[in-house]
Design a protein. Sequence first.
Length: 285
Amino acid sequence: MSLRVTALAGSALVQDRGRPGRTGLGVTPSGTFDRNAARQANLLVGNPEDAAVLEVVGSVTLHATHAAAVAVTGAPGPIDVDGVPRDTGQVLHLAEGAGLTLGPATIGVRRVVAVAGGLTPDPVLGSRATDVLSGLGPPPAAIGTLLPVGLTGDRTLTTRIETGVLGVGDLTVRIVLGPRDDWFTAAAIGTLLGTGWTVSPRSDRIGVRLDGPVLERAVTGELESEPVVRGSVQVTSAGLPVVLGPDHPVTGGYPVIGVVLDADTDLLAHAAPGRVVRFRRHPAP
């Protein structure tokens, strides 16, 4: 059984929980950007929460080679099955040959498609996640790609869940300062926390790039490369922050002024270009 990609404008990547624990090998964790959306989609179709899903930016049409149960979560946007509009956050039953079409997100960025049985391309280093930085995992889907699906067996489907509502205003995430906040002036720390940063169109799964005022350095020397994690806020040589995403490198030479709380990094999966991101210090002083 499989799903065939018959139309695509944007990107469609197979993702699961990634490759944690392999940074010593130089392998980033990768995995689904919006992990909560993936858990919800898998819950709907009766999969284990770490089953592989399809992470979509833009629009895609998938045709089922056999009858299948699917669910769409994440950012809201148009969905139809053979032209009939359907909703996010519910089980959709596809007959053999039926087409599922997702339009671009109306709020946010990424949409998640789960299918009963999970997507089952060959794993690489224990994961089916596509890492766009290293190239590990299955290649990005293209028109004509067949996405293999596992056996379903007896599964309990959840009819509908509340997927949450993505706000349309500024996106606020909590940040813990350090470990290199002392490389910046007190004024720069105030600017970081007091500015509404604009998401750059150059943002991707490697990092969410933010445009705004320059953050002034107190230390002007070079920093030796050191480990970084998802949510690290590096400040580039241009003085602008980049929040590292799931496909970040395992080390970096830019000073990390702070780290976004892990739970809040899922929100950054929906930081569309032009949206304003604000940092709230955690814990509050």
